[in-house]
Design a protein around this ligand. Structure first.
Ligand SMILES: [Zn+2]
Length: 182
């Protein structure tokens, strides 16, 4: 199961968090550690952090230019599913807050409304086989469209949703990684 989600900026500030599991992690402490670790790996081995494994728990990362998206989940949870959920969070977050982010005044409360949506996107439980449209988030009955983007399978209820999602994907998730704030 997924325990937590954080969105951190590259100054080491946690701008959004969601806790569904049993870990109480101080987000500012964690983001300080993360930014130290990430500049360490970038400067020494020239790599971005992808996954950190600690006993039976792991941290999964996606970076979009100025922001880190981090999920904490059980070690046994499927990495492909976890990365895909993070990509969904990225797309929805960046699309919703692009204007605020490009001119952000440091007010974390601006991102609080994302909490209402993120539960549905992340879905803390890894159980269940129901498919939800990646774009409109409706439950898809039996006819669905599968589209493979950057090695991830995404599911859609209709072509309109597929096109809309692909547009957002290419706008925000360029080659699976970077997003430029303009
Ligand atoms: Zn849809």
């Amino acid at each position: 199961m997924i325990h937590s989600l954080w969105i951190l900026n590259n100054n080491g500030i946690c701008i959004f968090q969601l806790n569904c599991g049993c870990f109480e992690i101080d987000p500012q402490l964690f983001s300080g550690l993360l930014s130290a670790l990430s500049s360490f790996t970038r400067e020494t081995i020239k790599r971005e952090i992808n996954t950190i494994l600690i006993e039976d728990v792991k941290f999964i990362f996606e970076k979009s230019n100025n922001l880190y998206f981090v999920l904490c989940a059980d070690k046994k949870d499927n990495n492909i599913i976890l990365h895909k959920r993070l990509i969904r969070v990225q797309i929805h977050f960046l699309n919703k807050y692009k204007d605020i982010l490009s001119n952000w005044n440091g007010e974390v409360s601006k991102f609080e409304p994302f909490g209402e949506k993120v539960d549905k996107i992340v879905s803390c439980s890894m159980e269940g086989t129901e498919l939800y449209c990646e774009n409109c988030e409706r439950l898809i009955p039996s006819n669905f469209i599968t589209k493979n983007i950057d090695l991830h399978d995404f599911y859609f209820c209709c072509e309109t949703c597929q096109e809309q999602f692909e547009r957002l994907y290419s706008k925000f998730i360029q080659h699976g990684t970077h997003f430029e704030l303009t």
